[in-house]
Design a protein around this ligand. Structure first.
Ligand code: SF4
Ligand code: SF4
Length: 343
């Protein structure tokens, strides 16, 4: 939620935005228009990465205002295909795969089947798995310029998870964790269970099975998902996990607070499109490569789809993070590091 009382119109949010990169004067002027509900190009050009929520020194959440104005004005235009896919996410057949009652429960949201050969191996053995539309978190609708879909469906998402009766639910998708820890508070929804981020689960699993770990000793570029900005404390857990499995996260321009979106959304924006999206995707990959990365590591399966082949073409082996952990546990990755076998 945008906190107007905190905003001093400093313009930092739009000056630091890597895509808009406004001058100080323009940033102040355009942000004022945004607050006053006047037309501004921001609503059509912002790619919904949420980075400015972190750039704002006052904690005013400028992206939340941009996103609301995108919806009010209808100026954030995306392809019909993207809207169709977003609608489909909540209609996918739902399934509860019951596992060992002593083992954890994980919500795969609507993205658990996107990458083959990932939810396998000892990390997931015996887990109960939730998947499909009932367990879709709706958070992705911010990237369609429709934040009302998030607020209107948050309670339904929480209720569906609560029906499982678990004390703890692991979130495979970063979006679900952002929804359950950040957005539900904003909407005043109580959680009858504790959401666990997949990074926390992986780190704790590795701590408990440290004797099985063979350190990987590789340098990687990390692709941070946009939703991570809503629960940035997990970045420390990620660093701990990398250290435990012998990974060096290269120090590059586009990481942590300055991370770039995977550019998947840019590709579906009607006024930007594939060419612009490809340019930013390559900026991102080359930044990792030039910083010395040998591999590209992802947390979100949708970021994988956006960047894995470009990373591979630049000699950076793509991995979704759980597969990297499986590798350190000595497991074979039958579908490659990121759900695709490259010949
Ligand atoms: S959400 Fe991202 S693209 Fe939009 S203004 Fe903020 S930093 Fe820029
Ligand atoms: S939202 Fe934050 S960064 Fe943007 S103008 Fe207001 S105070 Fe400055």
């Amino acid at each position: 939620m945008f906190l107007k009382e905190k905003c001093n119109l400093c313009g930092e949010c739009l000056m630091k935005c890597p895509y808009l990169a406004y001058s100080e004067e323009k940033a102040k002027e355009e942000f004022k228009k945004l607050i006053d509900g006047e037309p501004t190009p921001i609503t059509a050009e912002c790619i919904t990465c949420a980075a400015c929520n972190m750039f704002c020194p006052e904690g005013a959440n400028p992206f939340d205002l941009i996103n609301d104005r995108q919806e009010e004005t209808g100026t954030f235009k995306v392809t019909d295909e993207w809207i169709r896919m977003m609608k489909m996410a909540s209609k996918m057949p739902s399934k509860v795969i019951k596992g060992d009652p002593e083992k954890p429960i994980m919500n795969l949201c609507s993205v658990g089947d996107i990458l083959p050969g990932v939810i396998v191996g000892q990390l997931f053995d015996g887990m109960s798995l939730l998947k499909g539309g009932d367990y879709f978190c709706y958070f992705g609708w911010v990237h369609a310029g429709k934040p009302s879909m998030v607020s209107e469906n948050a309670q339904i998402f929480v209720d569906n998870l609560a029906k499982i009766g678990a004390e703890e639910i692991i979130c495979y998708h970063d979006d679900c964790y952002a929804m359950l820890t950040n957005k539900v508070k904003e909407f005043g929804i109580d959680l009858p269970f504790r959401p666990i981020h997949i990074l926390e689960y992986l780190r704790d699993y590795i701590k408990e099975h440290n004797d099985q770990i063979k350190k990987l000793n590789i340098k990687i570029g990390y692709q941070q998902p946009c939703a991570s900005r809503y629960a940035f404390e997990n970045d420390k857990i990620l660093d701990e996990l990398f250290e435990l499995i012998g990974i060096e996260r290269v120090d590059r321009k586009y990481d942590r607070v300055s991370a770039l979106c995977c550019s998947g959304v840019m590709a579906v924006m009607l006024n930007l499109g594939k060419e612009e999206s490809n340019k930013w995707r390559m900026n991102n990959i080359m930044d990792a490569k030039e910083a010395g990365a040998e591999a590209m590591v992802f947390l979100c399966p949708l970021c994988v789809l956006s960047l894995r082949s470009r990373a591979k073409a630049q000699g950076l082996e793509p991995y979704i993070i759980s597969n990297l952990v499986r590798l350190a546990l000595g497991e074979k990755l039958t579908y490659g590091g990121a759900g695709k076998i490259y010949k």
